[in-house]
Design a protein around this ligand. Structure first.
Ligand SMILES: O=C[C@H](O)COP(=O)(O)O
Length: 319
């Protein structure tokens, strides 16, 4: 019996969560029909939307962006410039909405907090030995606490894929629950790194595991591993949050991240959200697009819709 206290509602809330009950629950989830899932995602992705809806969709997508820089070469100056862009994506057009959040490494959180104070743009920080997650739990907790103390509103943690893939689900559960506790009031996004989970069944299991352990959001990827936020994987995660709400009454957000670069990609995601989870998720509170270079394409397409012509990519500052 493992002593874990979790504050979230879970389908196993009445039974004490044990290695055995957790494994039985996760392996009792319906298997994913791989061919069916890929076909359905492709069909939904091929839907077109009306031009009038496209303008709205672009603004919604902008408002959902977690504008991200996660490079070893990141500097305070780069983060300040990114924060300015997050608040006012197109300096020439004040009608462009601000993005949801900026996402940086923990040592740059204080910088971002200063730059975004009072703007309503949130500060997200990766933590827990991102992107590999290969460190002790104590170090991961400390990493999380430092980011929260520096002012992060949101923590993007990675799960221990080695533990998950070797069937040590309870270890993954406990780790998420410990990090959730270390977050305090900060929201916790749990990165599954779906590109390393091998099967869609594992994506479904990891989604439920993360939600049961206290995730406020489930996130596809770190952006460091390919494939990242594919449509079938995102669809399976959207099904999981939909079914989790039906089972528990609790809503959990979804954040696809990695490889989302074009307006077309973003709109496919919005269609998927609407069709699979429902329009309750169509807000920045419940859906985010983690991306380092999507914003400029959204701005270019928006300008094309407003003025009838494209501005060159050099019209906008670098993502
Ligand atoms: O969380 C966000 C990802 O790191 C961004 O990935 P990307 O550079 O492929 O957009």
């Amino acid at each position: 019996m493992v002593n874990v206290s979790t504050t979230t509602t879970s389908p196993l809330a009445d039974a004490e969560i044990t290695d055995t009950s957790l494994r039985a629950f996760l392996h009792g989830l319906p298997g994913v029909d791989q061919v069916g899932a890929e076909q359905r995602a492709a069909t939904l992705a091929s839907r077109s939307i009306k031009t009038s809806a496209k303008a709205q969709a672009i603004d919604l997508a902008i408002s959902m962006v977690d504008l991200t820089t996660l490079e070893g070469a990141d500097t305070p100056g780069k983060v300040r410039a990114m924060c300015a862009k997050a608040v006012r994506p197109d300096p020439a057009d004040p009608s462009v909405p601000k993005v949801a959040a900026v996402c940086v490494y923990p040592d740059l959180v204080a910088q971002a907090v200063r730059a975004l104070k009072g703007t309503g743009v949130r500060v997200a920080s990766v933590a827990t030995a991102f992107p590999s997650g290969r460190s002790s739990l104590d170090v991961k907790v400390q990493d999380t606490k430092l980011a929260v103390e520096a002012g992060a509103d949101e923590i993007d943690m990675v799960i221990d894929r080695g533990a998950f893939l070797s069937g040590r689900y309870m270890r993954v559960f406990e780790e998420i629950a410990r990090i959730k506790a270390a977050c305090g009031d900060a929201h916790l996004k749990v990165i599954l790194e779906t590109g390393e989970l091998v099967t869609y069944d594992n994506v479904r299991r990891a989604s439920w595991l993360a939600m049961m352990a206290g995730a406020d959001f489930i996130k596809t990827s770190t952006g460091k591993i390919s494939p990242a936020a594919t449509l079938p994987v995102t669809m399976i995660m959207l099904e999981a949050v939909r079914d989790f709400r039906a089972a528990t009454g609790e809503m959990v957000g979804v954040k696809p991240a990695g490889g989302i670069r074009t307006t077309k990609d973003a709109i496919k995601h919005l269609v998927l959200v609407n069709e699979v989870a429902g329009d309750d998720w169509l807000t920045p509170e419940w859906y985010r697009l983690g991306a380092s270079s999507l914003l400029n394409d959204l701005l270019m397409q928006r300008q094309k819709m407003t003025t009838g012509r494209y501005a060159g990519p050099d019209h906008f500052t670098l993502d």
